[in-house]
Design a binder for this molecule. Sequence first.
Ligand SMILES: Cc1ncc(COP(=O)(O)O)c(C=O)c1O
Length: 287
Amino acid sequence: MTDVIQGLQLFLNLATRPGDGIILQEPNYRPFRSAVPTMGRRPVHLHVLPDHDSWRMDVERLENDLSIQPARVLLLVNPHNPTGRVWRRDELQVLANLAERRDLLVISDEIHSDLVYTPAAHIPFASLGPDVEARKVTLTSATKAFNIAGLRTAVAHIGPSWLRERWDAEPPDLYGVAGVLGVEATRAAWTEGDPWLAGAMNQLRRNRDQLVAGLSDLDGLLCRPRRPPTSPGSTAPDPYPTPTPLRTCASVHTSTRAPVLTTAATRPGRESISPPRAPSWTTSFGE
Ligand SMILES: Cc1ncc(COP(=O)(O)O)c(C=O)c1O
């Protein structure tokens, strides 16, 4: 396939009809939200709500809604965009049970699975067991973790044989095909890219911690989560203690905070709309 969005549209096209209900998390990645009504399918929302320092899916409300407006597909985004939440096995199992009871096809977008901060761990939906495997399509690609989206390549792992047969019955080029460069880049990323990815994750972690350190003590700004979700009962040490703002961040607070974050109502002066000066800490990232 050329990309994950295409995959979603392709499998909705093959597996559902106009008017069918599609369960999707809300909030969600914008192209997914728009694809469902554009294709004449009916969105049924699985609300993702703030929950202390994290987020949770309101499955209870979904169950109620489904008793009034049934659905045929559950579109799962794991890790979730936009919250960044990595769903735990017990949370995924609740969805797997729901899919089993309601005979849903599950389309699981796992495109961010390589971009997870430990101790959180990505659990592929298909790994929950053979019953789940038989009713799911996993969509993923190397494009997010390795920043190669321009090469237009994604993969689908299709559980149900009836769905594979429907796709095989289509003219092969109807949906477009991946290019050889994208295929080779994906192969290289997934077979040889671990050291590169480890370095990229370290940089992302430093960026994340620096951002939290700089933002969490700003008046009126709720910065959450201050640390990633851990499994219930986990005894693993917390590798992300509440960060102590770096000394260099103090200069960020004084030089850029007001221009960037205050509103005209609280700071009507000209300085509130002037462009921020380059933050002095940008040079302190490299270790
Ligand atoms: C959750 C999610 N799925 C899919 C995509 C897009 O993937 P692709 O470029 O393969 O269509 C994005 C891009 O941001 C995304 O956030």
